[in-house]
Design a binder for this molecule. Structure first.
Ligand code: SF4
Length: 295
C-alpha cells in the first residue's frame, strides 16, 4: 500500500511536543522515541499522516511526547484498536507500541491473532523484561528465578521465549533492535513501515531502574547488526534459530522478511476492486437518527 508523501517532507521539529518526558535517566524509551520520529521523518510521513497507538506502560507515557494523531488505550489491547483503524483506513501508516508485560500476558491473544491475520501494521515491542510502570513487577519475559519486586525470592514461573513464540505463528516480518542504537532502530522501523503485512519489531530496551540483569552495558556488548555480516533474512528456520540464540551474542536487524503473502486487507473479498476506503464510505450514511438515542 503506497505511503502518502509530502513534497517537502516533515522535520523532527514537526514531531516536537511541549510535554516533558518523565522517564528515568538512562531509560531506553528515549532512544526508541527518537528512532520512531526519525524513521517517520526519513519516510516523509508527517504527524497528521500516521497514527501511533500506545498500550499502558512506561512507554505508553510517551504518547503525548510527540505531536500528531495518537491513541493511548487499555492495558494489553493496543493491537485490536490499531488493526481496526488500519482496516477502516488502509492508506494510513499505523504503528502500535506495547510492553513485554502487556503483550505476552494481558494481550497475548491479540499478538497471536495479529500475526496469523497478517494485519498491515507495525508492532513495536518495548522489551525491558519487566513491568516498569508497576515498579519492577516480573513479566512473562523476565528470566525464571530472577528476583523482582513482585517476586523477591525469584520469579517461579517459566519464561516465555518470545521469539520462539512469534516464529511459531509463521510471521512475515521479524526484526530486533536495541534502544542504544538509534541509527539502526531507525533503519529497522523504516523497513517495518514499508512491509506489506504485520511487522513484529522487538526493541530490547534498557530499564536501569528495575532491570539489573539485561543492562544497557550488557546489551551494548552483546548486540550486533546482522546487516554487517551479510545475513540473508529469507530463511525462517535459520532466522528462528538466530533470534532464539542470545547466549553469547544477540542478533539485531531484519531477522526475517517475506513480501509474497497478501495481508489481511488484501484478502478481504468484499474490498477487492474498491477504489474507496471504508472510512470514506461510512460518510455516505446519515447516522443522525441513530445518534439521537445517545443524547
Ligand atoms: Fe524506563 Fe524502567 Fe524507568 Fe520505566 S521504570 S521509565 S522503563 S527506566
Amino acid at each position: 500500500m503506497p505511503i502518502p508523501l509530502e513534497t517537502t517532507g516533515p522535520t523532527m521539529k514537526d514531531y516536537w511536543s511541549p510535554v516533558m518526558c518523565t522517564w528515568c535517566d538512562g531509560c531506553g524509551d528515549y532512544g526508541i522515541l527518537t528512532a520512531v520520529k526519525q524513521a517517520l521523518v526519513e519516510l516523509k510521513i508527517a504527524p497528521w499522516q500516521t497514527l501511533l497507538c500506545y498500550d499502558v506502560g512506561c512507554h505508553g507515557n510517551g504518547s503525548d511526547k510527540l505531536s500528531g494523531y495518537r491513541f493511548h488505550g487499555l492495558h494489553g489491547r493496543v493491537i485490536p484498536f490499531a488493526a481496526g483503524v488500519k482496516m477502516a483506513n488502509p492508506t494510513l501508516p499505523v504503528i502500535a507500541f506495547g510492553g513485554d508485560g502487556a503483550t505476552f500476558s494481558e494481550g497475548v491473544g491479540h499478538i497471536v491473532h495479529a500475526v496469523r491475520s497478517h494485519y498491515p501494521m507495525v508492532f513495536v515491542l518495548h522489551n525491558n523484561a519487566n513491568y516498569g510502570l508497576t515498579t519492577g513487577q516480573a513479566s512473562s519475559l523476565t528470566p525464571q528465578n530472577q528476583p523482582m519486586n513482585s517476586a523477591p525470592n525469584g520469579m517461579p514461573e517459566a519464561t516465555i521465549n518470545s521469539m520462539d513464540f512469534i516464529f511459531s505463528l509463521e510471521p512475515t516480518f521479524v526484526a530486533r533492535g536495541f534502544s542504544g542504537d538509534i541509527k539502526h532502530m531507525t533503519y529497522i522501523l523504516k523497513e517495518a513501515i514499508k512491509h506489506r503485512g504485520f511487522a513484529f519489531v522487538d526493541m530490547l530496551q534498557a530499564c536501569p531502574t528495575y532491570n539489573k540483569f539485561a543492562t544497557h552495558k550488557m546489551l551494548l556488548e552483546k548486540c550486533y547488526r546482522v546487516e554487517d555480516e551479510k545475513y540473508d533474512p529469507s530463511d525462517p528456520v535459520k532466522a528462528r534459530k538466530l533470534a532464539m540464540d542470545t547466549e553469547k551474542r544477540i542478533a539485531t536487524g531484519i531477522l526475517f522478511r517475506r513480501e509474497d503473502i497478501p495481508n489481511f486487507n488484501e484478502r478481504l473479498v468484499p474490498r477487492q476492486g474498491k477504489k474507496t476506503r471504508p472510512v470514506d464510505e461510512v460518510e455516505k450514511f446519515d447516522v443522525s437518527e441513530m445518534m439521537k438515542e445517545f443524547r
